[in-house]
Design a protein around this ligand. Structure first.
Ligand code: NDP
Length: 336
């Protein structure tokens, strides 16, 4: 691709890896950020990882909630990768806090792409837009599944991702855009720098013994480096247009993550004790962060990973390595 790839939310944990993959593959990149300071931080971080000045990298300032700048931002670009969306450390009381930027921002991004003559769009959605259905009804999900936005107890984040992806498909059809969505499961793996977003919060909580015991929950994990390469692979493979690609590697229990961390970092106070389900439910009455995991206690949710394995064209990074490398990066950046 000779024209730059436009990447929204270039300061994000995943987007920094997407930028690195794009630059390594020889693409020019224009990234949107919310402040000049973030642009400088991303540039410095990428320079460290590339071992050279990131030529072909430019930035512009955009906010998902404001019109300013969107009309001209993508002029001259050849494709859009839309990653920006609020990813909270804790769920807000009002879903609109997440839903409005996610949905309006997606509409703004796709409209701006169409105005700039961009036809190819890759959107970072989530399995949160796929697997939010009646608990226990389905345990294995494919790309034909959709989260029910009216499901009682659905988290504001899952609602925001579901409505944003729905909006993207509708907008893409109306505007004649070739859209692929990458729907990652829980993303671990190394942060490129100290700006880790919310994604490594689970590992950080364990390494710092934020909770005294380990709830009986499992995660379907994918490494951030695989997520980045899947965005790049989708972008350069037009046969993926019109498809949702679940980016997911392996299921792992939180107690297995804790054991992995204890083995790799014996100096850290990683909790050992299992937290009984009744205790988690009791504590969830006072601790909002626990409220959102109670429906997942003991539940194993799996995904069809065959399409993403085929698209990636190489072995996916195992969940345990994603955990280890995520932890090592937190420790290296002084965050755990
Ligand atoms: P981060 O929080 O690290 O990145 C989010 C990005 O969105 C940041 O660049 C942030 O900017 C930007 N952003 C948020 N709100 C706005 C706004 N109002 N205007 C402009 N930019 C905004 O999260 P991740 O990297 O983890 O997530 C990136 C994408 O991947 C998201 O769409 C997320 O839903 C999706 N995803 C993530 C998963 C995970 O486990 N991490 C799993 C599945 C999907 P700023 O730096 O200024 O805050």
């Amino acid at each position: 691709m000779t024209r730059p790839v436009f990447v929204t939310g270039a300061s994000g944990f995943i987007a920094r890896h997407i930028l690195l993959s794009l630059l390594r593959a020889g693409h020019a990149v224009r990234g949107s950020v919310r402040s000049v300071a973030k642009a400088e931080d991303v540039r410095a971080s990428l320079a460290r990882h590339l071992g050279r000045d990131p030529e072909g990298l430019a930035f512009c300032l955009l906010d998902l909630t404001r019109d300013a700048g969107w009309s001209e931002a993508m002029a001259g670009c050849g494709a859009l990768v839309h990653t920006a969306s609020p990813v909270p450390l804790e769920q807000p009381d009002t879903p609109e806090t997440l839903v409005l930027p996610a949905v309006d921002g997606t509409t703004r991004a796709l409209d701006a792409a169409a105005r700039a003559g961009i036809a190819r769009v890759v959107l970072t959605s989530s399995v949160a837009a796929i697997s939010g259905q009646k608990a226990g009804a389905v345990a294995r999900f494919t790309t034909t599944d959709w989260t029910d936005p009216n499901l009682p107890g659905l988290s504001p984040y899952a609602l925001s991702k579901t409505l944003a992806e729905r909006a993207a498909w509708q907008r893409a059809e109306a505007l004649g855009l070739k859209l692929t969505t990458i729907n990652p499961s829980f993303v671990f793996g190394p942060a490129l720098d100290a700006d880790t977003g919310a994604s490594l919060g689970v590992i950080q909580r364990l390494l710092t013994a934020r909770d005294p015991a380990v709830p009986r929950v499992s995660f379907f994990v994918v490494d951030v480096r695989d997520v980045a390469d899947l965005h790049l692979a989708a972008l350069t493979d037009d046969t993926t247009a019109g498809q949702r690609i679940i980016a997911a590697s392996q299921q792992i229990w939180l107690r297995e993550i804790a054991a992995e961390l204890r083995a790799a970092h014996p100096g850290h106070p990683v909790p050992r004790l299992p937290a009984p389900d009744w205790l988690v439910r009791l504590l969830a009455r006072r601790e909002p962060a626990l409220r959102w995991i109670t429906p997942s206690l003991g539940r194993v949710v799996t995904f069809d990973t065959a399409p993403c394995r085929a698209l990636l064209g190489r072995e996916m990074i195992p969940a345990r390595q994603a955990v280890r490398d995520g932890a090592a990066s937190l420790i290296a950046h002084g965050l755990a």
